[in-house]
Design a protein around this ligand. Sequence first.
Ligand code: SF4
Length: 167
Amino acid sequence: MTAPSPEQVAETIADLDALAVPVEAGRPAAERALRAAGRGVSTDRLRVALTARRERAGLPSRRPAAAAPPTARRKTGLDLIAGLVDPRLTGARCAGRAPMFDAEVPGESAEDRAARLAAAAAICRGCPVVGPCRTAALEQDHPAGMWAGRLRDHAATPGRSRKDLSA
Ligand code: SF4
């Protein structure tokens, strides 16, 4: 079965928000609400969307996320050179949360990836520097991961440095 895309998950999150489905709601209740509104979705898509909403709200996931092996940990912004700081991105809501916005996280399932990226895109939608972020992404040779709510998937590039250092 194909995992739901970040866009599909984001659409379901928007539907759940519009229907005022409580973020703590379980899948059956959410499914009923969506069906009643004529917005029925697949079980996988709904499960990912519910997980992403919980993450967005800072609630613990109902299912523990796959742990990445220690050797796969990515460098944080503090490991990167200070010359990459971009003052336009001061106040970025992703600052200090780089792994959440990465294109890939080692050891992550497709379902967890979709949930994580949907939650990241939701954070971008409320970010005060989304415009400068979009500009900064266009200026990068190989932007990677989520920038301005859009996944830019150049897997070979580490790339979250500017925002990591702009908190
Ligand atoms: S819009 Fe850009 S700076 Fe803001 S949270 Fe998203 S990726 Fe980070």
